[in-house]
Design a protein around this ligand. Structure first.
Ligand SMILES: Cc1cc2nc3c(=O)[nH]c(=O)nc-3n(C[C@H](O)[C@H](O)[C@H](O)COP(=O)(O)OP(=O)(O)OC[C@H]3O[C@@H](n4cnc5c(N)ncnc54)[C@H](O)[C@@H]3O)c2cc1C
Length: 395
Protein backbone atom coordinates (compact mmCIF):
# COMPACT_ATOMS: atom_id res chain seq x y z
CA UNK A 1 0.00 0.00 0.00
CA UNK A 2 1.44 3.40 -1.03
CA UNK A 3 0.71 5.95 1.64
CA UNK A 4 1.09 9.71 1.23
CA UNK A 5 1.74 11.47 4.51
CA UNK A 6 1.09 15.20 4.46
CA UNK A 7 3.19 16.92 7.13
CA UNK A 8 6.58 15.93 8.50
CA UNK A 9 6.00 17.10 12.08
CA UNK A 10 5.52 14.79 15.04
CA UNK A 11 2.48 12.82 13.83
CA UNK A 12 3.70 12.60 10.23
CA UNK A 13 7.20 11.35 10.96
CA UNK A 14 5.96 8.96 13.63
CA UNK A 15 3.34 7.61 11.20
CA UNK A 16 6.04 7.13 8.58
CA UNK A 17 8.07 5.08 11.06
CA UNK A 18 5.16 2.94 12.24
CA UNK A 19 3.77 2.34 8.74
CA UNK A 20 7.20 1.42 7.42
CA UNK A 21 7.63 -0.96 10.33
CA UNK A 22 4.26 -2.52 9.42
CA UNK A 23 5.44 -3.14 5.84
CA UNK A 24 3.76 -0.26 4.00
CA UNK A 25 5.40 2.26 1.66
CA UNK A 26 4.99 5.72 3.13
CA UNK A 27 6.31 8.96 1.66
CA UNK A 28 6.33 12.17 3.69
CA UNK A 29 5.52 15.54 2.13
CA UNK A 30 6.53 18.46 4.35
CA UNK A 31 5.69 22.05 3.45
CA UNK A 32 8.67 23.59 5.19
CA UNK A 33 11.84 23.74 3.10
CA UNK A 34 14.14 22.43 5.86
CA UNK A 35 12.41 21.31 9.01
CA UNK A 36 8.94 22.37 10.16
CA UNK A 37 6.92 25.37 11.23
CA UNK A 38 6.46 26.94 14.66
CA UNK A 39 9.76 25.67 15.96
CA UNK A 40 10.61 28.24 18.57
CA UNK A 41 8.99 26.61 21.57
CA UNK A 42 9.89 23.61 23.67
CA UNK A 43 7.66 20.82 24.81
CA UNK A 44 7.60 17.90 27.16
CA UNK A 45 6.96 14.39 26.00
CA UNK A 46 5.04 12.45 28.61
CA UNK A 47 5.67 8.83 29.59
CA UNK A 48 2.86 7.61 27.34
CA UNK A 49 4.42 9.41 24.35
CA UNK A 50 7.84 7.97 25.13
CA UNK A 51 6.29 4.50 25.35
CA UNK A 52 4.72 4.99 21.93
CA UNK A 53 8.15 5.91 20.57
CA UNK A 54 9.50 2.76 22.20
CA UNK A 55 7.20 0.67 20.02
CA UNK A 56 9.02 1.91 16.93
CA UNK A 57 12.53 1.80 18.32
CA UNK A 58 12.82 5.58 18.42
CA UNK A 59 12.70 6.26 22.18
CA UNK A 60 16.50 6.25 22.66
CA UNK A 61 17.10 8.61 19.75
CA UNK A 62 14.51 11.06 21.07
CA UNK A 63 15.59 10.70 24.70
CA UNK A 64 19.06 11.91 23.74
CA UNK A 65 17.63 15.12 22.31
CA UNK A 66 16.37 16.45 25.61
CA UNK A 67 16.71 16.03 29.33
CA UNK A 68 14.66 13.89 31.70
CA UNK A 69 12.07 15.19 34.12
CA UNK A 70 11.34 12.82 36.97
CA UNK A 71 9.74 15.15 39.53
CA UNK A 72 6.96 17.69 39.60
CA UNK A 73 7.28 20.50 42.14
CA UNK A 74 4.33 22.73 42.85
CA UNK A 75 4.65 26.08 44.55
CA UNK A 76 2.11 28.79 45.22
CA UNK A 77 2.30 32.55 44.72
CA UNK A 78 3.99 33.00 48.10
CA UNK A 79 6.79 30.63 47.06
CA UNK A 80 5.63 27.90 49.45
CA UNK A 81 6.26 24.41 48.17
CA UNK A 82 2.97 22.55 48.09
CA UNK A 83 4.22 19.30 46.61
CA UNK A 84 7.23 17.51 45.22
CA UNK A 85 6.16 14.23 43.68
CA UNK A 86 7.41 11.70 41.12
CA UNK A 87 6.45 12.48 37.55
CA UNK A 88 5.35 9.83 35.06
CA UNK A 89 7.43 6.67 35.14
CA UNK A 90 10.75 7.80 36.65
CA UNK A 91 12.03 4.26 37.16
CA UNK A 92 11.67 3.32 33.51
CA UNK A 93 14.59 5.15 31.86
CA UNK A 94 13.14 5.32 28.34
CA UNK A 95 9.66 6.23 29.55
CA UNK A 96 10.74 9.21 31.62
CA UNK A 97 9.28 12.57 30.71
CA UNK A 98 11.58 14.48 28.37
CA UNK A 99 11.86 18.19 27.95
CA UNK A 100 13.18 19.22 24.55
CA UNK A 101 13.11 21.92 21.95
CA UNK A 102 10.48 21.40 19.32
CA UNK A 103 13.01 22.01 16.58
CA UNK A 104 15.25 19.24 17.94
CA UNK A 105 12.33 16.80 18.12
CA UNK A 106 11.31 17.49 14.52
CA UNK A 107 14.89 17.22 13.27
CA UNK A 108 15.48 14.03 15.25
CA UNK A 109 12.33 12.31 14.01
CA UNK A 110 12.99 13.39 10.42
CA UNK A 111 16.55 12.05 10.68
CA UNK A 112 15.15 8.73 11.89
CA UNK A 113 12.79 8.66 8.90
CA UNK A 114 15.69 9.23 6.51
CA UNK A 115 17.89 6.72 8.33
CA UNK A 116 15.29 4.03 7.65
CA UNK A 117 15.19 4.92 3.96
CA UNK A 118 11.71 6.42 4.00
CA UNK A 119 11.34 9.19 1.39
CA UNK A 120 10.67 12.67 2.76
CA UNK A 121 10.19 15.62 0.43
CA UNK A 122 10.60 19.12 1.84
CA UNK A 123 9.02 22.21 0.30
CA UNK A 124 5.93 20.18 -0.68
CA UNK A 125 2.86 22.11 0.51
CA UNK A 126 -0.42 20.31 -0.16
CA UNK A 127 -3.04 22.47 -1.85
CA UNK A 128 -5.75 19.97 -2.84
CA UNK A 129 -6.60 16.31 -3.04
CA UNK A 130 -8.87 14.17 -5.18
CA UNK A 131 -9.87 10.59 -4.60
CA UNK A 132 -11.75 7.86 -6.40
CA UNK A 133 -12.02 4.11 -5.93
CA UNK A 134 -8.63 3.64 -7.61
CA UNK A 135 -6.57 5.99 -5.46
CA UNK A 136 -5.97 9.41 -3.95
CA UNK A 137 -3.97 12.20 -5.57
CA UNK A 138 -2.35 15.06 -3.69
CA UNK A 139 -1.51 18.26 -5.52
CA UNK A 140 1.10 20.62 -4.14
CA UNK A 141 1.46 24.36 -4.48
CA UNK A 142 4.53 23.93 -6.70
CA UNK A 143 2.31 22.14 -9.25
CA UNK A 144 3.67 18.66 -8.54
CA UNK A 145 1.36 15.81 -7.58
CA UNK A 146 1.57 12.34 -6.07
CA UNK A 147 -0.83 9.40 -6.11
CA UNK A 148 -1.26 6.69 -3.51
CA UNK A 149 -3.73 4.28 -1.97
CA UNK A 150 -4.20 6.27 1.23
CA UNK A 151 -3.42 9.84 2.30
CA UNK A 152 -2.72 10.73 5.92
CA UNK A 153 -3.21 14.35 6.90
CA UNK A 154 -0.64 15.03 9.63
CA UNK A 155 -0.45 18.70 8.77
CA UNK A 156 -1.17 20.18 12.17
CA UNK A 157 -3.59 22.62 13.72
CA UNK A 158 -4.31 24.54 10.50
CA UNK A 159 -4.54 21.38 8.43
CA UNK A 160 -5.25 21.71 4.74
CA UNK A 161 -6.36 18.08 4.65
CA UNK A 162 -8.94 18.77 7.37
CA UNK A 163 -10.20 21.81 5.48
CA UNK A 164 -10.84 19.52 2.51
CA UNK A 165 -12.61 16.71 4.34
CA UNK A 166 -14.06 18.24 7.52
CA UNK A 167 -13.79 22.02 7.61
CA UNK A 168 -13.45 23.40 11.15
CA UNK A 169 -11.53 26.39 12.42
CA UNK A 170 -9.44 26.27 15.59
CA UNK A 171 -11.00 28.04 18.60
CA UNK A 172 -9.23 30.38 21.00
CA UNK A 173 -9.03 28.70 24.42
CA UNK A 174 -8.67 31.95 26.37
CA UNK A 175 -4.95 32.09 27.14
CA UNK A 176 -1.76 33.36 25.58
CA UNK A 177 1.23 31.11 26.11
CA UNK A 178 4.69 32.63 26.48
CA UNK A 179 7.87 30.59 26.09
CA UNK A 180 11.44 31.45 26.74
CA UNK A 181 14.92 30.28 27.59
CA UNK A 182 17.60 31.89 29.70
CA UNK A 183 21.15 30.87 30.45
CA UNK A 184 21.25 33.11 33.51
CA UNK A 185 21.42 30.28 36.03
CA UNK A 186 20.91 32.54 39.03
CA UNK A 187 17.43 33.49 37.84
CA UNK A 188 15.98 30.16 38.87
CA UNK A 189 17.50 30.71 42.34
CA UNK A 190 17.88 27.03 43.10
CA UNK A 191 18.46 24.16 40.75
CA UNK A 192 16.18 21.20 41.20
CA UNK A 193 17.68 18.43 39.12
CA UNK A 194 15.25 16.62 36.85
CA UNK A 195 12.31 18.60 38.21
CA UNK A 196 9.74 20.76 36.52
CA UNK A 197 8.45 23.43 38.86
CA UNK A 198 4.90 24.62 38.41
CA UNK A 199 3.89 27.90 39.93
CA UNK A 200 0.32 28.75 40.69
CA UNK A 201 0.83 32.46 40.27
CA UNK A 202 -1.70 35.20 40.90
CA UNK A 203 -1.75 36.35 37.28
CA UNK A 204 -0.22 33.46 35.36
CA UNK A 205 0.33 29.75 35.46
CA UNK A 206 4.11 29.44 35.21
CA UNK A 207 6.47 26.50 34.78
CA UNK A 208 10.20 26.06 34.49
CA UNK A 209 12.85 23.38 34.27
CA UNK A 210 16.64 23.67 34.28
CA UNK A 211 18.61 21.64 31.78
CA UNK A 212 21.80 19.85 32.88
CA UNK A 213 23.78 22.48 30.95
CA UNK A 214 22.25 25.23 33.06
CA UNK A 215 19.67 26.63 30.67
CA UNK A 216 16.25 27.42 32.13
CA UNK A 217 13.25 26.54 29.94
CA UNK A 218 10.09 28.38 31.03
CA UNK A 219 6.54 29.06 29.98
CA UNK A 220 3.68 31.23 31.24
CA UNK A 221 -0.01 30.89 30.47
CA UNK A 222 -1.88 34.15 30.85
CA UNK A 223 -5.65 34.49 30.55
CA UNK A 224 -6.99 37.33 28.42
CA UNK A 225 -7.81 38.29 24.87
CA UNK A 226 -6.27 36.53 21.90
CA UNK A 227 -3.06 38.10 20.58
CA UNK A 228 -3.88 39.52 17.17
CA UNK A 229 -1.91 38.73 14.04
CA UNK A 230 -0.68 42.30 13.98
CA UNK A 231 0.52 42.12 17.61
CA UNK A 232 2.34 38.88 16.85
CA UNK A 233 4.02 40.39 13.83
CA UNK A 234 5.07 43.68 15.39
CA UNK A 235 5.85 42.93 19.05
CA UNK A 236 9.48 42.17 19.80
CA UNK A 237 10.60 39.56 22.36
CA UNK A 238 11.78 42.32 24.68
CA UNK A 239 8.38 44.03 24.46
CA UNK A 240 6.61 40.77 25.29
CA UNK A 241 8.99 40.26 28.19
CA UNK A 242 8.29 43.75 29.51
CA UNK A 243 4.58 43.04 29.28
CA UNK A 244 4.89 39.75 31.17
CA UNK A 245 7.29 40.64 33.99
CA UNK A 246 4.90 43.04 35.80
CA UNK A 247 2.27 40.28 35.86
CA UNK A 248 4.73 38.01 37.70
CA UNK A 249 6.34 40.56 40.03
CA UNK A 250 3.64 40.53 42.74
CA UNK A 251 4.43 36.91 43.56
CA UNK A 252 7.31 35.72 45.76
CA UNK A 253 8.46 33.12 43.27
CA UNK A 254 11.39 32.90 40.82
CA UNK A 255 9.07 33.52 37.83
CA UNK A 256 9.64 37.26 37.38
CA UNK A 257 13.43 36.93 37.68
CA UNK A 258 13.53 34.10 35.15
CA UNK A 259 11.56 36.10 32.61
CA UNK A 260 13.49 39.29 33.31
CA UNK A 261 16.72 37.39 32.62
CA UNK A 262 15.46 36.34 29.20
CA UNK A 263 16.63 38.38 26.24
CA UNK A 264 15.67 37.50 22.67
CA UNK A 265 14.69 33.85 23.19
CA UNK A 266 11.04 34.54 23.95
CA UNK A 267 7.91 33.90 21.93
CA UNK A 268 4.17 33.97 22.39
CA UNK A 269 1.36 31.85 20.94
CA UNK A 270 -2.39 31.70 21.38
CA UNK A 271 -3.77 28.56 23.03
CA UNK A 272 -6.12 27.02 20.45
CA UNK A 273 -8.11 23.82 20.17
CA UNK A 274 -10.52 22.09 17.80
CA UNK A 275 -14.19 21.30 18.32
CA UNK A 276 -15.12 17.73 19.21
CA UNK A 277 -16.91 15.39 16.87
CA UNK A 278 -15.13 16.24 13.63
CA UNK A 279 -15.19 13.73 10.81
CA UNK A 280 -11.66 12.30 10.53
CA UNK A 281 -11.72 10.38 7.31
CA UNK A 282 -13.00 9.77 3.80
CA UNK A 283 -12.54 6.39 2.09
CA UNK A 284 -8.92 7.22 1.20
CA UNK A 285 -7.85 10.01 3.52
CA UNK A 286 -7.57 10.32 7.30
CA UNK A 287 -6.38 13.08 9.63
CA UNK A 288 -4.27 12.40 12.72
CA UNK A 289 -2.48 14.41 15.41
CA UNK A 290 -3.32 18.09 15.77
CA UNK A 291 -5.05 18.07 12.37
CA UNK A 292 -7.76 15.89 13.91
CA UNK A 293 -7.79 16.74 17.61
CA UNK A 294 -5.61 19.68 18.62
CA UNK A 295 -6.01 20.48 22.32
CA UNK A 296 -5.01 23.64 24.15
CA UNK A 297 -1.61 23.09 25.80
CA UNK A 298 -2.66 22.85 29.46
CA UNK A 299 -2.43 19.07 29.70
CA UNK A 300 0.83 18.99 27.74
CA UNK A 301 -0.29 15.91 25.83
CA UNK A 302 -0.60 16.96 22.18
CA UNK A 303 2.69 15.50 20.97
CA UNK A 304 2.22 12.33 22.97
CA UNK A 305 -1.29 11.90 21.55
CA UNK A 306 0.14 12.32 18.04
CA UNK A 307 2.70 9.58 18.74
CA UNK A 308 0.00 7.25 20.07
CA UNK A 309 -2.09 7.94 16.95
CA UNK A 310 0.77 6.84 14.74
CA UNK A 311 1.13 3.50 16.49
CA UNK A 312 -2.59 2.72 16.60
CA UNK A 313 -3.19 3.74 12.97
CA UNK A 314 -0.37 1.55 11.67
CA UNK A 315 -1.57 -1.39 13.75
CA UNK A 316 -5.13 -0.89 12.52
CA UNK A 317 -3.99 -0.86 8.88
CA UNK A 318 -1.75 -3.86 9.51
CA UNK A 319 -4.40 -5.93 11.28
CA UNK A 320 -7.60 -5.02 9.41
CA UNK A 321 -9.00 -6.73 6.32
CA UNK A 322 -9.63 -3.42 4.53
CA UNK A 323 -8.70 0.25 4.68
CA UNK A 324 -12.24 1.21 5.61
CA UNK A 325 -12.23 -1.26 8.52
CA UNK A 326 -8.85 0.08 9.64
CA UNK A 327 -10.01 3.69 9.60
CA UNK A 328 -13.15 2.76 11.52
CA UNK A 329 -11.05 0.96 14.12
CA UNK A 330 -8.70 3.91 14.41
CA UNK A 331 -11.64 6.26 15.02
CA UNK A 332 -13.23 3.90 17.52
CA UNK A 333 -10.07 3.43 19.55
CA UNK A 334 -8.63 6.92 19.46
CA UNK A 335 -11.58 9.31 19.59
CA UNK A 336 -12.59 8.85 23.26
CA UNK A 337 -9.05 9.35 24.47
CA UNK A 338 -8.06 12.35 22.38
CA UNK A 339 -11.39 14.12 22.76
CA UNK A 340 -11.14 13.62 26.51
CA UNK A 341 -7.80 15.34 26.33
CA UNK A 342 -9.30 18.32 24.45
CA UNK A 343 -12.04 18.62 27.05
CA UNK A 344 -9.69 18.17 30.02
CA UNK A 345 -7.28 20.76 28.67
CA UNK A 346 -10.06 23.25 27.98
CA UNK A 347 -11.42 22.79 31.51
CA UNK A 348 -8.00 23.31 33.06
CA UNK A 349 -7.43 26.38 30.93
CA UNK A 350 -10.76 27.86 31.92
CA UNK A 351 -10.51 27.06 35.62
CA UNK A 352 -6.78 27.57 36.12
CA UNK A 353 -6.98 24.63 38.48
CA UNK A 354 -3.64 23.92 40.15
CA UNK A 355 -1.81 20.77 39.12
CA UNK A 356 -2.37 17.71 41.21
CA UNK A 357 0.72 16.33 42.90
CA UNK A 358 1.74 13.15 41.15
CA UNK A 359 0.07 14.14 37.90
CA UNK A 360 2.07 14.63 34.77
CA UNK A 361 2.89 17.84 33.08
CA UNK A 362 3.92 19.38 29.83
CA UNK A 363 4.20 22.88 28.68
CA UNK A 364 0.96 23.19 30.55
CA UNK A 365 1.29 23.31 34.28
CA UNK A 366 -1.94 21.50 34.96
CA UNK A 367 -1.02 18.21 33.66
CA UNK A 368 -2.99 15.17 33.15
CA UNK A 369 -0.52 12.51 32.29
CA UNK A 370 -3.18 9.99 31.45
CA UNK A 371 -6.25 11.48 29.86
CA UNK A 372 -9.11 9.30 31.02
CA UNK A 373 -11.23 7.01 28.86
CA UNK A 374 -8.71 4.18 28.81
CA UNK A 375 -7.16 2.13 31.56
CA UNK A 376 -3.37 1.73 31.62
CA UNK A 377 -3.79 -1.87 30.55
CA UNK A 378 -6.03 -0.96 27.61
CA UNK A 379 -3.62 1.71 26.42
CA UNK A 380 -0.63 -0.63 26.77
CA UNK A 381 -2.51 -3.22 24.78
CA UNK A 382 -3.34 -0.77 22.01
CA UNK A 383 0.25 0.44 21.77
CA UNK A 384 2.10 -2.87 22.15
CA UNK A 385 3.37 -3.49 18.64
CA UNK A 386 3.21 -7.27 18.66
CA UNK A 387 -0.30 -7.43 20.13
CA UNK A 388 -3.20 -7.45 17.68
CA UNK A 389 -5.79 -4.78 18.30
CA UNK A 390 -8.63 -5.73 20.67
CA UNK A 391 -10.87 -8.47 19.35
CA UNK A 392 -13.82 -7.20 17.39
CA UNK A 393 -12.11 -3.94 16.55
CA UNK A 394 -9.74 -5.04 13.83
CA UNK A 395 -12.30 -5.78 11.18
C1 LIG B 1 1.86 26.56 22.91
C2 LIG B 1 1.89 25.07 22.77
C3 LIG B 1 2.55 24.28 23.72
C4 LIG B 1 2.56 22.91 23.62
N1 LIG B 1 3.21 22.14 24.54
C5 LIG B 1 3.17 20.82 24.45
C6 LIG B 1 3.84 19.97 25.41
O1 LIG B 1 4.51 20.42 26.32
N2 LIG B 1 3.72 18.63 25.27
C7 LIG B 1 3.03 18.08 24.24
O2 LIG B 1 2.95 16.84 24.16
N3 LIG B 1 2.43 18.84 23.31
C8 LIG B 1 2.48 20.18 23.40
N4 LIG B 1 1.87 20.95 22.47
C9 LIG B 1 1.13 20.30 21.39
C10 LIG B 1 2.05 19.75 20.34
O3 LIG B 1 2.98 20.71 19.90
C11 LIG B 1 1.21 19.30 19.16
O4 LIG B 1 0.15 18.51 19.63
C12 LIG B 1 2.05 18.49 18.18
O5 LIG B 1 3.04 19.30 17.61
C13 LIG B 1 1.15 17.91 17.10
O6 LIG B 1 1.94 17.28 16.14
P1 LIG B 1 1.44 17.23 14.63
O7 LIG B 1 2.49 16.48 13.90
O8 LIG B 1 0.03 16.79 14.59
O9 LIG B 1 1.43 18.74 14.14
P2 LIG B 1 2.66 19.69 13.92
O10 LIG B 1 3.72 19.38 14.90
O11 LIG B 1 2.12 21.07 13.88
O12 LIG B 1 3.23 19.30 12.49
C14 LIG B 1 2.51 19.59 11.31
C15 LIG B 1 3.50 19.61 10.15
O13 LIG B 1 2.76 19.73 8.93
C16 LIG B 1 3.39 20.68 8.09
N5 LIG B 1 2.37 21.22 7.19
C17 LIG B 1 1.40 22.12 7.50
N6 LIG B 1 0.62 22.35 6.43
C18 LIG B 1 1.09 21.58 5.42
C19 LIG B 1 0.70 21.37 4.07
N7 LIG B 1 -0.35 22.01 3.54
N8 LIG B 1 1.42 20.52 3.30
C20 LIG B 1 2.48 19.86 3.83
N9 LIG B 1 2.90 20.01 5.11
C21 LIG B 1 2.20 20.86 5.90
C22 LIG B 1 4.00 21.68 9.05
O14 LIG B 1 5.07 22.40 8.46
C23 LIG B 1 4.47 20.79 10.19
O15 LIG B 1 5.77 20.31 10.00
C24 LIG B 1 1.87 22.32 22.54
C25 LIG B 1 1.24 23.10 21.58
C26 LIG B 1 1.26 24.47 21.70
C27 LIG B 1 0.57 25.31 20.66
Amino acid sequence: MRILIIGGGIAGTAAALTLHQAGFEPTVYEAHPDNGEDLGAFLTLASNGMRALGQIGAASAVAELGFPLTRLRLIDASGTELADAPLGSPDEPLARYRCLRRTDLYAGLQAEVRRRGIPIRHGARLSSLTEDPAGVTATFTDGQSATGDLLIGADGLNSTVRSLISPAAPRYAGQRVFYGYTTDASAAQQKHAEAITMIRGSNAAFGYACSPSGETFWFARVSGPQATAEEMATTTPVEWRDHLVPLLRPDSTPAAAIVAATTDQLMVTNALDLPLGLRWNTPRAVIIGDAAHAASPATGQGASMALEDAVVLAKALRDSPSTSAALATFDLLRRPRVENNIAASAALTASRTPPKPGAGTGTGPNANERPPALTDAELAHQLEWTTPLPAGQSG
